[in-house]
Design a binder for this molecule. Structure first.
Ligand SMILES: Nc1ncnc2c1ncn2[C@@H]1O[C@H](COP(=O)(O)OP(=O)(O)OP(=O)(O)O)[C@@H](O)[C@H]1O
Length: 276
């Protein structure tokens, strides 16, 4: 578990994080959502130590990361896997070599053991056949899966994903979301995802933190979000009429009502297939 206690951060006059307190739970997909500029990335950077908060604490399983010296921080960093927005693969290395990279940096094992671990991870993300390919030879979705294999190769306790679906089509995004959620549960990882993707929110949001102007405005699950009364959250999440309709449908489904369509307001009963 990662605990954030009263995190504050300003850049010059600009207050970016105002007293954020939150918990990222183990075995759960924890999402940070919010408008551009609301402080999501800075909050994530505070968690991994790329930005130093002005005040407040970040605790990894009770250990105060913010108070650690560089050597102690290195120990925590070795338990962190990162999936970067653009996948951040090394173009001159094969898929296999990219996944091997963290093992070469941090692991003691011999080459055979490392190769075995790389093969296991590539198999887990269904990319065994692409091991010898270069990043330029594979699709965006495959690159993300290589990024995921690389992020989990050291058996991380914590996984940070920055916009994991950026640049992907909706179907591929679902595959990536499902994979991250499965790995999170399978290995009891504390996963933190910074996202704008509403599909991710609805499908994978075990725990959602909604940031508004540097504050934690709302938190809850993907089940609770469809019943949330917070006006700012609703304006952000259910911004279009389509999404507001989807919200109503989801609410009704969750009441296990088989006749949800008949309960929609009269002006929203069009058949989605015909557009009539
Ligand atoms: N190193 C920095 N120096 C000065 N200002 C910064 C720095 N990093 C972030 N900011 C400012 O902090 C604010 C929050 O930025 P942040 O990147 O956390 O937003 P975000 O919610 O992640 O947005 P997006 O969804 O667009 O990525 C922005 O106004 C940004 O300009």
């Amino acid at each position: 578990m990662i605990k954030l206690e009263n995190i504050r951060k300003s850049f010059g006059e600009k207050v970016v994080l105002q007293d954020v307190t939150a918990e990222m739970e183990a075995g759960k997909t924890n999402l940070i959502i919010g408008a551009s500029g609301s402080g999501k990335t800075v909050l994530m950077k505070c968690m991994v130590g790329l930005v130093k908060p002005d005040s407040g604490r970040v605790l990894y399983n009770g250990q105060d990361f913010t108070a650690m010296n560089d050597k102690e921080k290195k120990g925590i960093r070795q338990e962190i896997g990162m999936l970067f927005q653009g996948s951040a693969l090394f173009d001159s290395m094969t898929v296999e070599q990219n996944v091997m990279f963290p093992l070469d940096m941090f692991s003691m094992g011999n080459y055979k053991e490392k190769q075995k671990r790389v093969a296991e991870c590539l198999d887990r993300v269904n990319l065994s056949d692409a091991a010898k390919k270069f990043p330029a030879e594979i699709s965006g979705g495959m690159k993300k899966r290589v990024g995921i294999a690389r992020a989990i190769v050291l058996n991380p306790k914590y996984l940070f994903c920055d916009e994991p679906n950026s640049g992907l089509d909706p179907q591929t995004s679902l595959v990536i979301d499902k994979l991250i959620s499965e790995l999170t549960k399978e290995f009891n990882i504390t996963t933190v995802i910074n996202t704008h993707d509403m599909n991710t929110v609805m499908e994978s949001g075990d725990h959602i933190i909604y940031m508004y102007q540097g504050l934690k405005q709302w938190e809850g699950t993907n089940k609770e979000i469809v019943f949330a009364k917070d006006e700012k959250l609703n304006d952000f999440i259910f911004a279009s009429e389509f999404l507001r309709d989807a919200k109503e449908m989801r609410q009704m489904e969750m009441f296990q009502d088989q006749n949800w369509r008949s309960k929609l307001p009269a002006n929203k009963k069009e058949d989605p297939g015909t557009g009539a």
